[in-house]
Design a protein around this ligand. Structure first.
Ligand code: ADP
Ligand code: MG
Length: 344
């Protein structure tokens, strides 16, 4: 996942951490009584900022804070299980055992790998959890230089999710291959954090994992709204606002990238070419679950607007909003009904 040991990234995170601490103590009280309208906590997890906002419905404040702690603990637990950056994670153990006949791992990890494989089938291979076999080629640290065509072709020969072998809880991959769950695990973690909030009786809340958002119910008198960023603007420049009860997840080419000789290299890889996908700047997916939205945002980004919207039209309760590589906007029919747009 996203635990990248980059100097610039750590500096950024320290800055964000300071902002997060400022938010930490912030409660939003209504004018009339002492029950907070929203209790919010922010933390840095999976290499990004997570924010939970809940609207208490009678729960004592201490209990609310405890529930938020449990929801964050769930995110950390999933990260420890599925991070490709933590050498001690069971996912790293699968990668370390590549070519040796595989190993036994916890059922929860096997389940998400199985779902990852199914998403590969659903998206005609646009989503491929073995993308990490391309390894360091698309690692955007200071040392990044665009790889040669032969390097890309050689690395791409280690990408094909259909080569993952699962037998019970035993998972094996060919020598030199790697599984990376960065396109699915954050969405899964959002869904599981939401479960913790639901189990504690909360019916109105928001879970934000680094900009991927799940909203449930309402924020007091108002609907929750989720902003969609302008992929070529600043973090505050929005092109749309989505009003929904569900997940809103965006994949963009502006999150992690390098521009070399005018070409933008970013972190969403087209498994067919072995190179960063070229057809979109950003894809926003609305779905009932964050995991589904997370996977589809990456997949539609790879497929491009025409094939992407075609796929989305076959899936119930899924909407899409796409800004293609020329800046043109595309959307599914249902998206118009749940969004307000800023003028172009
Ligand atoms: P994030 O939410 O982390 O900013 P995205 O949701 O856009 O990013 O997903 C991109 C991440 O998914 C990459 O960082 C990488 O971990 C993984 N990934 C990249 N290309 C693919 C692909 N074709 N299939 C599956 N996972 C991918
Ligand atoms: Mg994502």
């Amino acid at each position: 996942m996203d635990q990248r040991p980059s100097g610039r990234r750590s500096a950024l995170l320290v800055g964000v951490a300071i902002v997060a601490v400022a938010f930490f103590a912030q409660l939003y009280f209504s004018h009339s009584d002492s029950q907070p309208v929203v209790v919010r906590q922010d933390r840095i997890l999976m290499g990004t900022v997570w924010s939970l906002q809940v609207v208490p419905s009678g729960q004592p404040h201490d209990a609310t804070e405890q529930t938020l702690d449990q929801a964050f603990a769930e995110v950390s637990r999933i990260d420890r299980l599925m991070s490709e950056w933590k050498p001690e994670s069971p996912l790293s153990a699968i990668n370390a055992a590549a070519g040796t006949g595989g190993i036994e791992v916890p059922a929860e990890l096997v389940d998400i790998i199985r779902r990852g494989i199914r998403y590969g089938d659903l998206t005609d291979g646009a989503f491929d959890i073995t993308w990490l076999g391309m390894g360091k080629l698309w690692h955007f640290d200071q040392a990044f230089t665009p790889p040669s065509e032969s390097q890309v072709m050689e690395a791409r020969s280690r990408v094909d999710y259909r080569k993952i072998r699962i037998d019970g809880n035993h998972v094996s991959i060919p020598a030199g291959w790697k599984i990376g769950l960065g396109g699915i695990a954050k969405g899964y973690a959002i869904d599981r954090a939401a479960d913790k909030l639901r189990e504690a009786g909360f019916r109105n809340f928001l879970v934000n994992g680094g900009g991927d958002v799940l909203v449930v119910g309402r924020k007091g008198e108002h609907d929750w709204t989720v902003g969609v960023r302008d992929p070529r603007g600043g973090p505050q420049d929005l092109v749309a606002r989505v009003r929904t009860d569900g997940a809103v997840v965006t994949s963009g080419d502006y999150e992690r990238f390098r521009i070399v000789d005018g070409v933008r290299y970013h972190h969403i890889i087209d498994p067919r070419t072995g190179r960063p996908a070229r057809l979109c700047r950003s894809v926003t997916i609305v779905a009932d679950q964050a995991e589904r939205a997370d996977v589809l945002a990456t997949s539609v980004f790879v497929l491009g607007p025409t094939r992407g919207l075609q796929l989305v039209s076959t899936l119930p309760h899924v909407e899409a909003f796409i800004i293609d590589s020329s800046g043109k906007r595309w959307m599914s029919e249902g998206f118009q009904r749940i969004a307000e747009f800023a003028s172009e």
